[in-house]
Write a protein that binds this ligand. Structure first.
Ligand code: SAM
Length: 256
């Protein structure tokens, strides 16, 4: 299957970004919120498939909590880095494509997919990836899906405008679907066990922080992100969900 410009971006980033913790996501504080949600919904006996594992940073954490992780990525350099940095213990790293899987060894108890669908070309590819994951999951198993949707950007920008801030533009390498379109594809096959969103974190880091220091200075992960992390962890009411760039779901696959 041919590679998109987004695929090429990730393959290059694997070797160009020197900080291994920031290769898959520059906002390492956001990652802490995501990971806490994932770990709440994984069990020690689980055999897990990790989709789009990047350089294996998350795999190194997941494998401490579960029985086994099969982790793959479409970027060859990411897989090579994952093997080099993490090695293989109760996990396996391999090259594969969520759109045309060849080396999965299901059925899995849980599938973890974090910020991968946004790297596909469009909603049709996102739906195809979901179908492959659904087939690989055992009935009663969990799909842990954390992705970005265009709804959050719209609301966040509305609030940014009240602070005199420019609109946030989603990264050009990403494709954001409407949450409702993805949910409509998931709902026939899954029940929702738990939900997660980054609303308070996004309000603080993408509205309050740039309003304080100036949008031109609020372009990267900073000490501010680190300091407000305990607040975003402890206080994240549903009222903030509409501002969230990221939504997470623990989804239980319905019995056939
Ligand atoms: C934003 S990174 C996230 C990495 C990892 N999930 C994490 O949270 O650390 C997205 C990853 O998805 C991978 N990816 C994109 N399209 C893919 C595909 N069709 N199949 C498998 N992996 C893919 C990219 O190569 C990249 O490593």
């Amino acid at each position: 299957m041919s590679k998109s410009s987004t695929d090429i971006h990730w393959n290059e980033r694997a070797v160009l970004e020197p900080d291994a913790a920031a290769v898959n996501i520059a906002d390492v504080s956001q990652r802490e919120l995501e990971t806490a949600f994932l770990l709440r919904h994984l069990c020690p006996v689980d055999k897990v498939l990790e989709v789009g594992c990047g350089n294996g940073f998350l795999t190194g954490i997941l494998r401490q909590t579960v029985a086994h992780v099969d982790a793959f990525d479409f970027a060859e350099n990411m897989v090579a880095k994952a093997i080099e940095l993490q090695g293989e213990r109760n996990n396996r790293f391999f090259h594969d494509n969520v759109l045309a899987p060849g080396a999965w060894n299901g059925p899995y108890d849980a599938i973890v997919c974090v910020r991968v669908l946004i790297n596909l070309r469009d909603l049709e590819e996102q739906k195809r990836a979901i179908d492959h994951m659904t087939r690989a999951l055992r009935p009663g198993g969990r799909l842990l899906l954390i992705e970005g949707y265009k709804d959050g950007f719209g609301e966040l920008n509305r609030v940014r405008e009240t602070a005199g801030l420019d609109r946030l533009q989603p990264a050009a390498i990403n494709f954001y679907s409407a949450l409702g379109d993805v949910r409509a594809h998931l709902d026939p096959f899954y029940t929702i066990e738990a939900e997660f969103h980054t609303g308070c974190f996004d309000f603080l880091t993408r509205v309050v922080y740039p309003a304080l220091v100036g949008a031109d200075k609020a372009v990267a992960h900073s000490e501010f992100h680190r300091r407000i992390l305990p607040v975003a962890r402890a206080f994240n009411p549903d009222a903030f969900a509409s501002l969230a760039r990221l939504r997470g779901y623990s989804l239980i696959k319905r019995q056939a």
